[in-house]
Every structure is written in structure tokens, then in C-alpha cells.
Design a protein around this ligand. Structure first.
Ligand SMILES: N=C(N)NCCCC(=O)O
Ligand SMILES: [Zn+2]
Ligand SMILES: [Zn+2]
Length: 310
């Protein structure tokens, strides 16, 4: 028997704990199969700051989540132990140190991690930690942006560069790298050539609209196979209508329905870790973005739960 969320028929949703989905804290359970971890870091952004408040916003957006997921026919909080591990305390003034802290903290959990909040810089240390546990990783990256740029203002570690660094470090399986939701203006045509050279395949936002989520998910599953899979979700993969609360919004994005359906189409993949980043609640309205992010995290947890205990 696993410890699930506080029962909403006993304690109203607007009371009770501020953990993700009102789940137990990690220190309240013996061990967890899935740990939800907040990463309140936004010192790597190129435009609007505020993703440091993402973890708290995603937890707030998760209060209405119910225990059974009909889309995947799974009760993730009953089938495996899921717990909220709180936030990683990372240095807001020193990016290198923050990256080290995140890598080390992520490596210490004896659970599959789903992290919430933070800017996209944090994907690099999270991938490093996952690579140490699981070996070379397939990467499925949902984003409006490639995030394979080289440097910004001479800085190598930013929210626009994590996946180039990860390829350079040899921690990704370059046969199984995909971006989904890509759109919008680039610095030049060479951005695409560079990205291809690193091994990425691109599914644009328009591809999702034309081909539909089922066909896209099937193609992604073929590419991923049974490799250990890391899923990185930049919430700006969604259209600003579906996720206004983010730092670098781009018009013409996915709907939250398309994103959730693609994720559900990954059932059966060996999901070893995931992040949901770039939630910046200061630009949000009516919790649109934080509710979307909380539900994305719920389907990611559900996919892990489908695979059984860690
Ligand atoms: N990872 C996110 N959200 N954005 C990257 C945008 C980098 C740029 O300003 O060109
Ligand atoms: Zn982005
Ligand atoms: Zn990004």
C-alpha cells in the first residue's frame, strides 16, 4: 500500500498540504519510486526572469488533480509511491555552482525524478545525473526553441544552450534525439544545420497540427525504441494562449491537448526522468500555465507508473 494524496473528500483542496497534488513529502514515506522535485532557478534566462517561482506555481496548479488517470488507465499514486521531495536550494548568483548543486542533488535520489520549475539551464545537470544512473539517454524535448545554441554573451551555460552541452558531453544517444513544438524566428539558417549536425530531428508545431498527435507519437516511439528516455518539457512549447506565464513566448504553438496526447502516446517507453521548465507565474493569468504544467507532470508521472516500480 502506497501513501497517496490527502483525500479531497476529507480535507478540502484549498486546505491541506502545498505539496504537488497534495501528495506526501518524501520524508513522510519509507521510499519513493517517483520523486517530484522543485528547481527554483532562473539565473540562465535571456529574456523575462521569474521561473524561480515555477515550482511553487506548479504545486499550486496541481491541487485539483485526482488520483485516477483515465487517458492512460492508471492510478499513478496507488500503483507506485510518488512523493514530493521539496526544492533543490541552488545558488542564484553563481550558475556554475547551481549546476553542480542540481547535478549532485538529483544524483542522490533513489527514485525516478520529475522536476518542476526553473529555467531550461537545469536540464543539463539533470541529464548528467540521469546519465550516470541509466547510461546514454534518448531525449524527447518539447519546446518552441532548439536550445542547442552555443553561447550567449560568451556564457556556455544558459537556458538556450543545455542540449548542445549535453551532446558535447556524450551523455545523449544521438540516434534518438527529437525536438517537438519548434517554431518562430531563428538567428539564421545555420541554427538548423548545427542542430541537425548534433543529431536532432525536428517536429515543428505545424507538423503536429498537420499530422496529428497520434502519428507524431508513433514516429517518436519508433525513434526512441527501448532506450532509457528523458523527457524535457519547456512549457513554451505550448502556444502563449495555453501558457502565457513563461519567459520567451512564441506565437503559433501546441495546444495543451496536443501536448498531453503526444505524451500519452508514449505509453510503453522506458521513461527514466523528466522536467517541466520555464513556468514564470508573474506573466500567468488565472493559473493557465501552472495548471497546464501540473497536468503535464501528472501524465509524465503516469507514464512512469505504467512501467511499474523503480
Ligand atoms: N529555453 C527557452 N525557453 N528559451 C531559449 C531562448 C533563447 C533566446 O533568447 O534566443
Ligand atoms: Zn523555449
Ligand atoms: Zn527551452
Amino acid at each position: 500500500m502506497f501513501q497517496g494524496p490527502v483525500d479531497a473528500s476529507q480535507v478540502p483542496r484549498f486546505a491541506g498540504p502545498d505539496t504537488y497534488a497534495r501528495l506526501p513529502r518524501l520524508d513522510q514515506v519509507e521510499r519513493a519510486d517517483v520523486a517530484i522535485v522543485g528547481v527554483p532557478f532562473d539565473s540562465g534566462v535571456s529574456y523575462r526572469p521569474g521561473a524561480r517561482f515555477g515550482p511553487a506555481a506548479v504545486r499550486q496548479g496541481s491541487k485539483l488533480i485526482r488520483p485516477y488517470n483515465p487517458a492512460l488507465d492508471v492510478s499513478p499514486f496507488a500503483d507506485v509511491q510518488v512523493a514530493d521531495a521539496g526544492d533543490i536550494a541552488c545558488n542564484p548568483f553563481d550558475i556554475d555552482r547551481a549546476i553542480d548543486t542540481i547535478e549532485q542533488a538529483a544524483g542522490e535520489f533513489d527514485a525516478r525524478l520529475v522536476t518542476v520549475g526553473g529555467d531550461h539551464t537545469i536540464a543539463l545537470p539533470l541529464l548528467r545525473a540521469a546519465h550516470r544512473k541509466y547510461g546514454p539517454l534518448a531525449l524527447l524535448h518539447f519546446d518552441a526553441h532548439l536550445d542547442t545554441w552555443d553561447t550567449y554573451f560568451g556564457a556556455e551555460y544558459t537556458h538556450g544552450t543545455p542540449f548542445r552541452r549535453a551532446v558535447e558531453e556524450g551523455i545523449l544517444d544521438t540516434e534518438a534525439l527529437s525536438h517537438v513544438g519548434i517554431r518562430g524566428p531563428l538567428y539564421g539558417k545555420g541554427d538548423l544545420a548545427e542542430d541537425r549536425r548534433l543529431g536532432f530531428g525536428i517536429v515543428t508545431s505545424a507538423d503536429v497540427m498537420r499530422r496529428g498527435p497520434d502519428e507524431i507519437a508513433e514516429a517518436l516511439r519508433q525513434r526512441i525504441g527501448d532506450r532509457p528516455l528523458y523527457v524535457s518539457v519547456d512549457i513554451d512549447t505550448l502556444d502563449p494562449a495555453h501558457a502565457p506565464g513563461t519567459g520567451t513566448p512564441e506565437a503559433g504553438g501546441l495546444t495543451s491537448r496536443e501536448l498531453l496526447e503526444i505524451l500519452r502516446g508514449l505509453a510503453g517507453c522506458n521513461l527514466v526522468g523528466a522536467d517541466v521548465v520555464e513556468v514564470a507565474p508573474a506573466y500567468d493569468h488565472a493559473e493557465i500555465t501552472s495548471v497546464a504544467a501540473a497536468h503535464v507532470a501528472y501524465d509524465l508521472i503516469s507514464l512512469i507508473a505504467l512501467g511499474g516500480r523503480a
